[in-house]
Design a protein around this ligand. Sequence first.
Ligand code: TMP
Length: 405
Amino acid sequence: MDYKLVKSCRICGSKRLKKYLDLGNQPLPNNLITPYFPDHSKYPLQVLFCESCSLSHLSIVVNPKLMFSNYFYHSSVSKTFMKHCYELGKKIKKIVKSHIKKQDLLVIDIASNDGCLLEQFKRLGYYVIGVEPAKNLAEECKKKNISVVNEFWSDETAKRLPACDVITATNVLAHVDDISGFLKICANKLRIYTKGILVVEVPYLFNLLNKNQFDTIYHEHLSYFLFKPLKIAFEKQGLNIFKVEQPNIHGGSLRIYASPYSYPKHKSVKGIERFEKLNKLHDFLTYSKFSGNVNKVRNELVTFLKSLRSYNKKVLAYGASAKGISLLNFCEIDNSMIRYIIDDTYEKQYKQIPGSRIQIVPRNYIEREKPDYILLLAWNFMKEIVSKVKFNGKWIIPIPKVVVK
Ligand code: TMP
């Protein structure tokens, strides 16, 4: 079986799961089509709300080996993300400096991707080790002289690694089915020094709902987090959350600092709890309203692209991100509406996206094709991309609502 059904909440175990969004049957967005990987099976993409702890999750879990063994996503393509990693490294140093009286801090980064975060941490003087299941990405880390183990985060892997002061897990928890198991291994590893800290970053569900980021829903993202369910999950493993931030990355994220040690609690912890209540984020009605907004964006975007097609306008897209692929497939936008997708990631170029089968090409295709419009699928890097990509046409920004400029 390629996937299993979710029957109870992966955080609190409740069976009171209520569906609020159905994005149809979709292919796995990061499995780009190559002559060696022509398959693009489709799987249902539906989101459920846990009426007990407010976790949102997909109704199925696709076998992770189908999604993560070879991964085309490279964090380092984005300068914005590199800067974000450097800033995070500086923040962590400030927090641990007064509590862990050591100079030689060791960081383990789970799902280290191409070493983007660890490279920045190295610049700041940390000792670093990456854990990365994708073979191609682990190789990239090695090329940057970053020690890496090419494995999923597991008890055995953690036991083989040296004791560390900091564990970072950015943009990985949403991919994890057994969240309790994942956090338990982190807690055990950190307990060796007791004051060690875990820093987790996840896209924040508030932004998904508020900014209509439905395209960030795809099969790799099993969960969509609020603070409330995360707190339950962390506390179950004896991890005390002592600070919460909302960094402006990937459309708006939630960053949690936790430790087996009782660090003084920052006021942001109470603040986020108040914020969620105030915004009715634990209320199912909020979710059914969101579902209506999603269909509105789809209708507007498809109507606009069809009208451009009828006027023979040339339209490209920018950023073959998983979310872009999810949006194109949900809206059933194919290569009759979008000629090519530009992406600066070398490994993605000249492959096709699954489902809608549009070809990914390098940036010089903009000069070659002279498009009238470019649909910005990587809207989260709008500033960076729009400032460097010049052409004589208009941008179409699909999220949070369709804007042409
Ligand atoms: P992400 O939103 O999942 O990080 O994906 C962004 C995609 O956009 C990824 O495939 C890389 C691509 N990209 C470019 O091609 N050029 C750029 O300048 C940036 C920032 C991203």
